[in-house]
Design a protein around this ligand. Sequence first.
Ligand code: FES
Length: 246
Amino acid sequence: MAKSSSRGTRTRKKKADEVPKEMVPVYIMGKRYFVPAASTIMGALEYAGYQIKRGAGCREGFCGACATVYRTPKSYKIQYGLACQTVVEPDMYLAQLPFFPALKKVYDIEKLKPSTEVLSAIYPEINRCVACNTCTKACPQELEVMDYIQAAIRGDIEKVAHLSFDCIMCGLCAARCPAEIVHYNVGILARRLYGKYLAKLGEYLPARLKEIEEGKFDEEMKEIMSLSREKLEKRYYERDLDFQIT
Ligand code: FES
């Protein structure tokens, strides 16, 4: 994250009584700025003049790139969230975690077996889980993270895959874990194993693959590729979902 414009300097110079009511003071990397009250943390950083080069992606709460830490004045607690989703509060102290240096093992999924030992064999640190539930409390997706780590210890790949299905890999669980477990990498390994070896092949899938190979959707794809961002967003939000995730 780099400071890139003078806008933050201008806001910083305002005195409290000159500041319109719709602005709130926040501290970014220890410096005080006034930002619009309805800003997300990401919006506040940018309003203050920080150019986010790493640590932003979808800006919609899906990609997990924008993990952030903050503290509010009356609390000693460090809090965690997604910068693109968390709205600022007066006198918040803000910082971003553009990358969390978590352990990620390298494995060949073709050579693994979906056994009850495989998750513990690749990520043995899961057995250090002290069931403190800090990971669950840190999760901006409100996933039952500790429950899926417990399932991983038992070797229940299917349960880990289902409980971690909505993980966006932001890394906040791992940032908080006193046992230094990398929950999201355990989750994605379980989902890979489940998808490759345990999930039943959807009945529609072979037929749909054949249609794709025969070019049935080529024209539609060409049309989508030619749309402007606005039209594409409209199409995306108005789309019909013809499946349900359970
Ligand atoms: S930028 Fe993608 S989740 Fe925040």
